[in-house]
Design a protein around this ligand. Structure first.
Ligand code: HPA
Length: 246
């Protein structure tokens, strides 16, 4: 069972033949949406939409613990592909580009970011040297290649708190830190997946140049960003579809 977490713009998967939907309760509260189960190609797939149906949940209020628990424990997924839109810093990561990141920096704060709350009398420390699952990443890159969709292999995903966008100085700092793309949901999602033992990879669509860069120098309009996303998201759908069929 492959899990897919849909982000901004990807609130459903057109080609997912939904066989049933399930409301899941978790020890951590309610997930962002009901789970939709179905098949793509020869793979069983479960889909959840990160910001809720109708996009009502902002990045800092997403119940990441419930979402990952629902996919790993209730749906028994053995891998998850996260779809997210990001801003681009690195020169080749311009709006419209699809990128499979390989590293993460976490700038978020105040989120429920761990299952290790000491409740079981123990505290575990998972290895997170490579935050994304290598096999899933390679599978996605392969699928993209086979279906003829250009994707960039590797980027450092900086996760900011949001929901406001960054200042130009914050983006300069993130670049100095080594960040290539900026989004608001990559953490704690990836960290929780690692803690619970669920292989995790991300496919990101660059929606805009980050604050202070290129055409964003005079401000970023999120409504125009989202309109431009649809084309790239259609390409992400093709990649995921092919990944499931391989
Ligand atoms: N910053 C943070 N998150 C984002 C951006 C951005 O510029 N674009 C899309 N998600």
């Amino acid at each position: 069972m492959l899990a897919i977490i849909g982000g901004s713009g990807l609130t459903q998967l057109a080609y997912l033949n939904v066989t049933h939907r399930e409301v899941v309760r978790t020890p951590y509260g309610e997930p962002s949406s009901i789970l939709s189960f179905g098949r793509i190609g020869c793979r069983d797939v479960v889909f959840i939409t990160r910001h809720g149906h109708g996009h009502t949940i902002p990045p800092h209020l997403v119940n990441y613990r419930a979402n990952i628990w629902a996919l790993a424990k209730a749906a028994k997924a053995d891998g998850v592909v996260s779809v997210a839109s990001v801003g681009g810093i690195r020169g080749d990561l311009k709006p419209g580009v699809v990128v499979v990141p390989h590293q993460i920096i976490d700038y978020t704060w105040g989120r429920q970011a761990t299952y290790e709350d000491g409740g079981d009398g123990q505290v575990g420390h998972v290895d997170f040297t490579e935050p994304y699952d290598g096999k899933l990443r390679q599978g996605l890159l392969h699928a993209a290649g086979n279906v003829g969709e250009p994707v960039v292999d590797g980027a450092v995903y900086a996760t900011t708190q949001g929901p406001r966008l960054e200042t130009a100085a914050e983006i300069n700092r993130i670049e100095r830190d080594g960040g290539d793309i900026v989004g608001m949901t990559g953490m704690p999602e990836a960290g929780l997946a690692r803690e619970i033992g669920l292989p995790y990879a991300a496919v990101c669509v660059v929606a805009n140049w980050c604050a202070g860069r290129h055409d964003s120098a005079n401000g970023i309009r999120f409504d125009t960003i989202e309109a431009g996303l649809q084309d790239s998201l259609a390409r992400v759908r093709r990649i995921i579809e092919h990944f499931c069929e391989e």
